[in-house]
Design a protein around this ligand. Structure first.
Ligand code: AMP
Ligand code: FES
Ligand code: ZN
Ligand code: ZN
Length: 342
């Protein structure tokens, strides 16, 4: 298979795009696709300070690399969840994020053709976070937070104690991650929070929500969740890229990431949905993309507009942490920790 642009040996064939590319053209193509999504969905501009939530996995590290290459001002946030799974899952994930930053500092990753000049404006000295220890103000910073060290319990421990986590910690984990990501973005003055969700993730979530006609969730699903009082804007710049494209990107760029999935992800419904969609994709290349992008177009055209009201139930500030919540008194996150004392 040959690269469609230069005739060299192709490293990837993307059947849904009828496009095969060599390593050089593929590493240019991915950032170009991400830039298209950032503009099309008005995610952010070079003047924004972006906080990338990095898990140590391929998608979020590739996203960070791409944003830096494109010249955006992007720092990372790693949340240590205290998950071991017999192979030190959380510790290993953190090491991958730290190794990524080292590679950026040594100039092997994250540097684009512009040499990151574009980020300089957003990184003006007074826009720096107060805790910034970065020696070179133009280099990205990795913020890390250990949940067990901060709150006294790992995710599996909290989940084992509260009703919400019985059996599986994923729901408690999601709640804690969302709260802490939002808190960091707010407290450190980032205007946007970016996650590494890819097209496969989004299509699987869409499939799940459609199966049960969760109209409220469908109305909220999209590449951008706008900021509102107390909530940072959330964006998914990889939402039009396939998971296999992100894996190939990491391989070609030399981004080392954690291959293992979270030990609690086995048996998750989203994995079953991903398998179903992969089967469809095998038979009909582009099916996944079509499913998700047609949904976004339908939304743009007003489908689900009537459900907008459901999106904005009455919010008030949590009595303990100040983040918006619909629950009276404490938000769901704070209630997790108050339980400790009962
Ligand atoms: P997941 O929910 O595990 O599929 O992860 C979706 C996205 O959430 C990732 O692409 C990351 O952007 C972010 N994320 C997941 N886990 C962490 C973590 N421990 N620390 C920071 N960000 C994370
Ligand atoms: Fe949270 Fe697996 S990453 S439970
Ligand atoms: Zn080529
Ligand atoms: Zn709270």
């Amino acid at each position: 298979m040959k690269c469609r642009k230069c005739g060299q040996v192709a490293v990837i064939n993307m059947r849904q795009h009828k496009l095969a590319l060599c390593a050089d053209h593929f590493t240019d193509w991915v950032p170009a696709q991400v830039e298209k999504s950032i503009r099309k969905y008005r995610m952010f501009t070079p003047r924004d300070r972006v906080l990338v939530a990095v898990s140590g996995g391929k998608d979020s590290l590739a996203l960070w690399d791409v944003l830096l290459k494109l010249g955006y001002c992007a720092d990372g946030l790693y949340l240590g969840l205290g998950i071991d799974g017999g192979f030190g899952y959380s510790d290993e994930s953190q090491r991958k994020c730290e190794a990524f930053v080292k590679s950026v500092e040594s100039g092997t990753l994250g540097i684009g053709k512009s040499g990151n000049q574009g980020a300089r404006e957003a990184r003006s000295p007074d826009s720096h976070s107060p805790d910034s220890q970065t020696p070179d103000p133009w280099l990205p910073k990795l913020h890390t937070l250990s949940i067990p060290a901060t709150y006294g319990e790992s995710i599996p421990e909290v989940a084992g104690r509260v009703q919400r986590g019985r059996g599986k910690p994923c729901s408690v984990c999601g709640l804690i991650k969302r709260h802490e990501m939002n808190r960091f973005a707010y407290e450190l003055g980032y205007s946007v929070l970016a996650t590494g969700h890819n097209l496969d993730d989004e299509a699987a979530v869409l499939f799940g929500n459609t199966m049960t006609w969760q109209v409220g969730y469908l109305a909220r699903q999209g590449p951008v969740l706008p900021e509102s009082d107390g909530f940072a804007r959330k964006v998914k710049p990889l939402c039009r890229l396939y998971e296999r494209e992100m894996a190939a990107y990491c391989l070609v760029r030399g981004i080392d990431y954690i291959y293992e999935e979270c030990p609690y992800s086995f048996g998750a419904t989203s994995i079953a949905h991903k398998e179903l969609l992969a089967e469809l994709e095998r038979k009909s290349p582009g099916a996944k993309q079509n499913f998700y992008l047609s949904f976004l177009r339908a939304k743009e055209n007003g489908f689900l507009n009537d459900h907008h009201q459901e999106l904005s139930p009455l919010m008030h500030a949590c009595e303990r942490c100040g983040q918006p919540t619909t629950a009276p008194g404490l938000c769901a996150f704070c209630r997790l920790w108050v339980n400790v004392k009962i």
